[in-house]
Design a protein around this ligand. Structure first.
Ligand SMILES: *Cc1c(COP(=O)(O)O)cnc(C)c1O
Length: 397
């Protein structure tokens, strides 16, 4: 059996990744960004569930300088597939990982003296001079050295012959809300560090702070590079951040009607008998459930069928959910239903799904399980010579 063979049937429930829309979103982001500012495409967690390799291939064509990742495995997978662009590991590295990072030209974020020392030794042993990014925490209290304790680390890195201080970075705890006061406090702390570096005549080519929210709303903080994740996938990080017209969601979740049932008044539906038909009803069963990452809800939410909303009834199971199609009489077995995304003039957004599980868009995107295979559409490589964003070539490298 070969899952990759063209003839292997796709399960009638899948995620659809529109690489054409991804390309368009990247072009819109790139076009909005001053030319000199580089774009780091954040593709951690399988590019937020969109498939890191497919996303990386499109992003390289659309002028991304490199990629942000979380784990060593994620970065190695892209290297193994031939992605040669810089890969920046955003999180914390264990010492045992450092030789792998150096051997595969992965760029490490550092903020601990012993990691810096170890990395320098590994690089020296391989006769390499490796780029590092110093991660500075300016108020988020997660990864990074405190802003007021960062300078000795800079000096330590600069003193190591096998290390090259390529970047300094920080990360905002809140960049996409109306109140920017904490973001601005964080940025002023970061600027203190940058000013101290300048005073010591230490130049750092890549100073970066912005995620999608910062890219949209904190143009004064763009510096040399922005790190966008969710916006590339067509989702705005908050309801109040700046809108970039034309941005569209890349991922949809779909299933085909696998069974149709007729209910008589008083008959019940699903585990726990959570729904009782108030009259004659016609229901459709979609072969997708909480085992695929759909929120475990009952009698709430809906699917789009034939462009209309079919309300979810009863409790959702591991492998199935039921929707009421009484008002969509033309609905038939194996019709395509949309659980997340657009059909006709209507759309179920990632935020609608997030509400069902009391969570946020990031969580919804990354929580569709791999049991739902990804079907990429509109993934043709960019035709040679056609550049919809003129002048971008100069931002490479
Ligand atoms: C995940 C992540 C990003 C991307 O954030 P988005 O809000 O998805 O744009 C940027 N920087 C760091 C350090 C991250 O961990």
């Amino acid at each position: 059996m070969n899952l990759c063979s063209e003839n292997f049937p796709l399960r009638p429930a899948w995620t659809e990744i529109d690489l054409g829309k991804l390309r368009r979103n990247l072009q819109l982001i790139r076009r909005d960004l001053p030319r000199a500012v580089k774009l780091l495409a954040v593709v951690k967690d399988e590019a937020y569930g969109h498939g890191a390799l497919d996303v990386a291939r499109v992003a390289v064509e659309e002028g991304a300088w490199g990629f942000g990742l979380s784990t060593l495995e994620e970065a190695m997978a892209l290297r193994d597939e031939g992605i040669t662009a810089p890969l920046l590991l955003l999180g914390e590295r264990q010492e045992a990982e450092l030789p792998w990072c150096v051997e595969h030209d992965l760029t490490v974020c550092v903020n601990e003296p012993h990691t810096i020392r170890k990395l320098a030794r590994v690089a020296a042993a391989l006769d390499k001079c490796v780029p590092v990014h110093l991660k500075i925490h300016t108020g988020m209290s997660r990864y990074g050295a405190r802003w007021d304790e960062a300078l000795p680390l800079v000096e330590q890195i600069v003193a190591e012959k096998s290390l090259r201080l390529e970047g300094v970075m920080t990360h905002f705890s809140q960049s996409d809300e109306v109140d920017k006061s904490f973001a601005n406090l964080q940025f002023s702390r970061f600027n203190e560090v940058l000013a101290a570096l300048a005073a010591k005549k230490i130049s750092v080519p890549l100073r970066h702070a912005c995620n999608s929210g910062g890219f949209l709303d904190l143009p004064h903080a763009h510096l040399d590079m922005v790190r966008t994740g969710i916006l590339m996938f067509g989702i705005f990080p908050s309801s109040v951040c700046r809108r970039l017209p034309g941005i569209e969601p890349v991922m949809s979740v779909k299933a085909k009607i696998a069974s149709i049932q007729k209910l008589k008044p008083g008959e019940v539906v699903g585990y726990g008998m959570r729904y009782t038909a108030p009259g004659e009803r016609r229901i459709a069963v979609l072969p997708i459930g909480y085992g695929d990452g759909f929120p475990r809800v009952r009698n709430t939410g809906c699917a789009l069928i034939r462009g209309r909303r079919a309300p979810l009834i009863g409790g959702i199971a591991m492998d199935a959910l039921m929707v009421d199609v009484t008002d969509i009489p033309e609905a038939q077995l194996w019709d395509e239903a949309v659980l997340m995304g657009r059909q006709g003039d209507d759309e179920i957004t990632v935020h609608d799904i997030a509400k069902l599980k009391n969570s946020v868009s990031y969580d919804v995107l990354t929580n569709w399980r791999l049991r739902l295979r990804r079907k990429s559409v509109n993934g043709e490589a960019k035709p040679a010579g056609q550049n919809l964003t003129p002048g971008l070539a100069s931002t490479h490298g």
